[in-house]
Design a protein around this ligand. Structure first.
Ligand SMILES: Nc1ncnc2c1ncn2[C@@H]1O[C@H](COP(=O)(O)OP(=O)(O)OP(=O)(O)O)[C@@H](O)[C@H]1O
Length: 237
């Protein structure tokens, strides 16, 4: 579903991502872990067409993000690490705005907004301006917005930050549902316990280079993901 081939992206002289290749198949929850500044956000922003990259190719369902970004964007949703939404809009206005962009019909959008807002206990706040939302409430709104057009691929940068335990649990269930229905999820996290329990596959990036990837059980073997990660972090590139 998502193919990243030899992705390279530099900021000036500094290579933030160096020759990274990764393949994410339907049905997979794929975790992306690495130290601060390892290149996770740069990779995600390159995949979703926010950043121009220097070399490599990224395709979603075989469609190039460079050549046909709109077709790609119809298929995925992206939740950035900071839910900077439009503060002056109310929650419901924002969700309708996103639904309009993706052409979600009136009945579907109403049903989905009602379901997800109820599940996240956000319904009573939808009439409030986003400026009045807490970080966690903004994150919930961003998640609902991402799920509105039923994307096949969902990319998320640190999605659990700021969510309360109930919302985190719900998000994990929603992620698994997407994958059970043939979709795929690629997300970054620093919470290795969550990654270990939730992910089918995991990729570890260090200094812009992919240093380990594959099925969770294979990557971690008999150890915890945290132990494997810390061992790899300790090794010289
Ligand atoms: N706009 C930018 N200009 C210059 N350098 C940047 C820019 N954005 C990121 N970098 C650098 O690129 C490297 C990778 O950063 P990136 O944000 O992709 O890391 P990350 O793995 O997402 O980190 P974190 O876990 O802290 O969010 C870092 O060395 C960072 O300093």
């Amino acid at each position: 579903m998502l193919n990243i081939e030899h992705l390279t992206k530099a900021y000036g002289e500094k290579k933030a991502v160096d020759n990274l290749s990764l393949h994410i198949a339907p049905g997979e929850i794929y975790g992306f872990i690495g130290h601060n500044g390892a290149g996770k956000t740069t990779t995600l922003k390159s995949v979703v067409g926010i950043l121009q990259f220097d070399a490599g190719e990224i395709t979603i369902d075989g469609i190039s993000i460079k050549e046909n970004p709109l077709e790609c964007k119809r298929r995925f949703a992206y939740i950035p690490d900071n839910p900077d939404l439009y503060d002056y809009m109310t929650g419901i206005k924002y969700l309708n705005f996103i639904a309009d962009i993706f052409g979600v019909g009136a009945n579907e959008r109403q049903a989905r907004i009602r379901k997800y807002a109820d599940d996240f206990e956000l319904t009573a706040d939808l009439a409030q301006p986003i400026a009045a939302y807490s970080h966690g409430m903004k994150q919930k709104l961003a998640i609902i917005a991402a799920w509105l057009h039923e994307p096949k691929l969902i990319l998320m940068d640190e999605p659990f930050v700021g969510l309360d335990p109930k919302a985190s649990h719900l998000l994990k269930e929603m992620m698994r549902e997407v994958c059970d229905e043939g979709g795929a999820i690629f997300f970054s996290t620093h919470v290795l316990e969550v990654a270990e329990k939730l992910c089918d596959k995991v990729a570890i990036i260090k200094g812009g280079r992919l240093i380990r990837s594959g099925a969770m059980e294979e990557v971690k073997g008999d150890e915890s993901l945290e132990d494997v990660f810390l061992e790899l972090e300790g090794e010289v590139c």
